[in-house]
Design a protein around this ligand. Sequence first.
Ligand code: SAH
Length: 234
Amino acid sequence: MKGTVYGVSLGPGDPELVTLKALHVLQQVDVVFCPGTKLRSGEVKSRSGDILRALPVDGGKVRVFAVPMSKDRTSALGAYEALCREVEALVAGGKSVAITAEGDACFYSSANYLYGLLREAGCRVEMVAGVPAFIAAASSVGLHLVKQRERLLVIPGDVVVEELLESVVSKRVLVIMKVPLGEGILRPFLARHTELHYHYFEQVGTPDEFYTSDLQEILARDFTYFSILVISAH
Ligand code: SAH
């Protein structure tokens, strides 16, 4: 493992959904970096950190790195570049390093930029797969996402446009991530299309987990970042 960087997927929140492979890597590496979000109050929150604390992994080697949360990505990219240099130095000294990501590390993962930087810098980066949040969400309520010949489309909320919803939903099951970013289009669409089926999930696999398939309840909800909306015609 010496000198290797591992991109370790931790799943969406339930520590039981961490794979055995991820756990073994986390136990064996010298240093584990996990991303946290720096809130305006200065407090750092880390979903990955919460999962790690529930695992048999030595907390002494875990380092939380704060990624500033802002629409302007410049400061976040700066934080990744600084971390890249820190990891490069550890690897050059023969240390092995894990960098965690929520859900699956190769699926809409902000840490992807960091893994890319490390590869460009000549580091050996290996990825460890994990359970993506939308898979865990469907499973948590026994929802069979796609059956037989059905098709599935996953999109982030910020690319939601009404025409897309209209045309797509008749042919596909649609999974919308980062729901609040599409709120302005989604709310009127949902209110108009009462014939469709909706499943709304928040904070899957955490103590704050919430789910409803009741349209009025969804419309009354204050959408949070860690949420997923599934729309289907049947
Ligand atoms: N790599 C992650 C996705 C990160 S993008 C994965 O594989 O799932 C962040 C988005 O993921 C959030 O806006 C939300 O839509 C979704 N998400 C991540 N964790 C979640 C959770 N525990 N519950 C609900 N949605 C979650």
